[in-house]
Design a protein around this ligand. Structure first.
Ligand code: ARG
Length: 459
């Protein structure tokens, strides 16, 4: 079959070149966007008097026919037609005859492909925000069920201070909230129309770019035709946002993996979200969070890949830019997969409240509070810190915890201690003492849940 651009050529394309340069294997995912853009374009050609209305109508009908065939999986895309744009056009011409060749009037594949990518990513960003909301909802649900669950909080992965498990989960809700806001902000830069830029310089036809933008619900058109066809910032930005989301998911994944180990035994993931071992019958492996942690690498890689493709690339379109697609598709699929699993996996996770509590009872994570107690009695905090350090050392040497030693033993370290320290040292007291805005006190965590729920409604 002859090429749509074959006029200038005297020889057939080498078949390895065809295969090497073709993008149809992956950009077929843009079929619907491509047709959507073409319908808007040809409608505008009619409205501007560039094509007679009857041609416009035939082309539109033809495009809808092709769309139906695409959706039913009836089209066999061909590598010799290189990419989705040529494949659709070829099919259109087969469907309605040479009039189909008028579709490409006043347009280039360069502004066409950019338009497809904008349309594609615009949809995906909205879907991803929805998936992030679902993960937030699952986390908030668990937080509500764990308003009385006290767990050690860690720094350096060493027990630091007791916190509500709900508070820990809400930290992730905040992280995902920033992710949502980042995606929504990027929408402004995605929702800009490149079509009408032509190959690079604009077009000689009296087209109406704003009319096309309106039909496709774009907020704006690109100001500069070279920028319109050269810009892939919006994809880089999406990949950066995706990398940050995966980074957040990987941190949560790591905690889930740790928490479900026998050593921690803080949570149990539902059987439906775990897998077994082919040799060790007792195993129940947290494969999903492990794999999410692992797949974070490829999303980072996709970001670095595109940044590197674009580095030093001269204006305007270069074939290098065809490399913008696979990493983007892969990132979308990777994110969707992870987020779709995370929401139900978090919602069904069993929290071992007793075990968490036991952990808090057997540690020194209440030590700060007793130092604060001495400081509030007038001892300079630095000295209080020293006194409690010594008290903790004494406990360790005697195989005890702070709540186990007698008042007399306490008094050996400071005369300022009195009976009330036993109340101060209770994990509930320790938690509820942190009533600062954003702190772990139950009242603060309840307020944080309300704010998070309000955010869910508003974004
Ligand atoms: N398949 C190409 C891509 O994805 C479409 C644009 C082709 N433009 C061109 N001048 N060869 O980038």
């Amino acid at each position: 079959m002859s090429k749509l651009w074959g006029g200038r050529f005297t020889k057939q394309t080498n078949h390895l070149v065809e295969q090497y340069t073709a993008s149809i294997g992956f950009d077929k995912q843009l079929a619907e966007e491509d047709i959507q853009g073409s319908i808007a374009h040809v409608t505008m050609l009619g409205k501007c008097g560039i094509l007679p209305q009857e041609d416009v109508d035939r082309i539109k009908d033809g495009l809808l026919l092709v769309l139906g065939r695409v959706k039913r999986g009836e089209i066999e895309f061909s590598v010799s037609d290189e990419d989705i744009h040529m494949n659709i056009e070829k099919n259109l011409i087969e469907e309605i005859g040479p009039v189909g060749g008028k579709l490409h009037t006043g347009r280039s594949r360069n502004d066409q492909v950019a338009t497809d990518m904008h349309l594609y990513l615009r949809k995906r960003v909205v879907e991803l925000v929805g998936l992030l909301h679902a993960v937030q909802e699952a986390l908030i649900g668990q937080a509500k069920d764990n308003l009385d669950t006290i767990v050690p909080g860690y720094t350096h992965l060493q027990r630091a201070q007791p916190i509500l498990f709900a508070h820990h989960l809400l930290a992730y809700v905040s992280m995902f909230q920033r992710d949502i806001e980042r995606l929504m902000d990027s929408y402004k830069r995605i929702n800009v129309l490149p079509l009408g830029a032509g190959a690079l310089a604009g077009t000689t036809f009296p087209i109406d770019r704003h009319f096309v933008a309106k039909q496709l619900h774009f907020d704006r058109v690109y100001e500069n035709s070279l920028d319109a066809v050269s810009d892939r910032d919006f994809i880089v930005e999406f990949l950066s946002d995706a990398a940050i989301i995966m980074m957040h998911l990987s941190r949560l994944s790591e905690e889930l993996v740790l928490w479900s180990s026998t050593e921690f035994n803080f949570i149990e993931l539902d059987d439906a979200f775990c897998t077994g071992s082919s040799i060790m019958p007792q195993k129940k492996n947290p494969d999903v969070p492990e794999l999410v942690r692992g797949k974070t690498g490829r999303v980072y890689g996709n970001l670095m890949g595109l940044l590197t493709v674009l580095k030093s690339l001269p204006l305007a379109y270069n074939k290098d830019m065809q490399e913008d697609k696979e990493g983007m598709f892969d990132t979308v699929a990777t994110l969707q997969g992870a987020l779709q699993l995370f929401a139900p996996m978090i919602a069904t996770m069993k929290v071992n409240k007793g075990r968490m509590r036991e952990a808090v009872n057997k540690d020194f994570s209440n030590a700060t509070d007793i130092a604060d107690f001495l400081a509030s009695k007038g001892l300079p905090f630095r000295q209080a810190h020293e006194v409690i350090g010594k008290t903790v050392l004494y406990c360790i040497q005697n195989g005890k915890y702070l709540l186990d030693i007698t008042l007399d033993e306490f008094k050996q370290f400071s005369p300022l201690f009195d009976e009330s320290i036993y109340q101060v040292l209770q994990p509930e007291t320790v938690v509820n003492a942190r009533g600062v805005y954003g702190g772990t006190a139950t009242e603060q965590v309840k307020a944080a849940i309300s704010r998070a729920e309000a955010n869910l409604q508003s974004t």
